[in-house]
Design a protein around this ligand. Structure first.
Ligand SMILES: Cc1cc2nc3c(=O)[nH]c(=O)nc-3n(C[C@H](O)[C@H](O)[C@H](O)COP(=O)(O)OP(=O)(O)OC[C@H]3O[C@@H](n4cnc5c(N)ncnc54)[C@H](O)[C@@H]3O)c2cc1C
Length: 301
């Protein structure tokens, strides 16, 4: 196998936050076989999709990282859509739509990969990745074996799947989608895009989507708005002035700027609302004690 690999790879342009971070060794498998081969031979590699929900440390990452972007085949057979993990959700929803298949309209609006979306149980506008998922092929890092898990086995809940608890890498997902009038699919997609346009920053302002998860029975954005977060800044990072649960990389922010700003937001909500926010974005790095300490505080139970 001739698998693409780079030493000291700067991940900046692969991430939606556009923050520099040097990866010790970066692999780009172009199909499922290459991905499984790497998972078998490497020592506990980290697997990333479209890097739209991660903050990679500016101090670099001393690990092998597999980027799944090129492992992106999509097959359609009747109402069944089979998607490799690195396929972009936007592309998957377009392919479904071209074939008159509904259920994935929500994916049109944000840049995750199918693997990342299954891992995170991504959702928007009352639809979620688990709605029409039948099963997923996963690689179990602890046994180094491939297995197929049903939707029930994947144990989905809000922004959670079993892949986060076990050492599971998503290789592909299979969806059974409802036959739907293409006009209705288009209307739903247009509505999703309009909502995004009106309520969320475009990627012109580098960001990673919602920074904190919604606590039970309320929204993180509402709480953050009430404590005045929209005016908060730290270094090159800034809370977006139109929605308080988004941080944008305004001026060459570092990962420490983002984490320090998250800490300000977290502490203010804790103090003024007595609610502990939980990060939705995932920090990746281990070369800075300061960053690790902040990340530990942000993940206090
Ligand atoms: C502008 C914007 C809007 C967004 N809006 C939404 C929204 O409405 N709803 C929503 O749910 N999310 C939203 N997001 C967040 C993000 O797109 C989702 O969390 C998405 O599921 C992440 O997918 P990814 O491929 O980018 O994952 P990455 O950021 O690459 O990784 C996220 C996590 O998933 C793991 N992972 C990635 N691929 C795999 C794999 N194949 N197997 C196992 N683990 C894997 C990584 O290790 C990491 O822990 C938004 C982001 C942006 C930038």
């Amino acid at each position: 196998m001739n698998i693409e690999v780079y030493n000291d790879f700067n991940a900046k342009n692969l991430t939606t936050f556009k923050i520099s971070g040097i990866i010790k060794r970066a692999y780009f498998p172009k199909n499922k076989d290459e991905l499984v081969h790497l998972l078998k031979i490497l020592d506990n590699p980290l697997v990333l999709g479209n890097c739209s929900n991660v903050l990679i440390s500016s101090y670099g990452v001393n690990r092998d990282v597999i980027f799944t972007k090129k492992c992106n085949n999509i097959d359609v057979l009747d109402d069944i859509l089979s998607v490799e993990c690195g396929a972009n959700g936007i592309m998957a929803s377009k392919v479904a739509s071209e074939n008159g298949l509904g259920g994935l309209e929500f994916m049109i609006g944000f840049p995750g990969s199918i693997g990342g979306e299954i891992y995170m149980n991504a959702s928007a506008q009352n639809q979620c990745i688990s709605d029409y998922l039948v099963c997923a092929d996963i690689f179990d890092k602890s046994t180094k074996m491939v297995k197929t898990l049903s939707k029930e086995d994947l144990n989905f809940s809000y922004r959670h799947s079993i892949c986060q608890d076990k050492e599971y890498v998503v290789l592909s997902g299979t969806f059974m989608l409802p036959l739907t009038d293409k006009k209705i699919i288009k209307e739903k997609m247009d509505m999703n895009l309009k909502f995004r346009h009106e309520h969320q920053p475009s990627l012109k302002y580098p960001n990673c989507g919602s920074v904190f998860k919604n606590p039970e029975n309320t929204s993180a954005g509402k709480l953050l708005d009430e404590i005045g977060a929209k005016t908060l800044t730290y270094g090159g990072a800034k809370v977006w002035e139109h929605h308080a649960n988004f941080i944008i990389n305004q001026n060459n922010a570092s990962s420490s700027d983002i984490l320090n700003l998250m800490l300000l937001m977290y502490n203010k909500v804790n103090k003024e609302k007595h609610i502990t926010l939980k990060p939705e974005v995932i920090y990746i790095g281990s070369n800075s004690k300061e960053e690790e300490n902040i990340w530990k505080i942000l993940n206090t139970k």
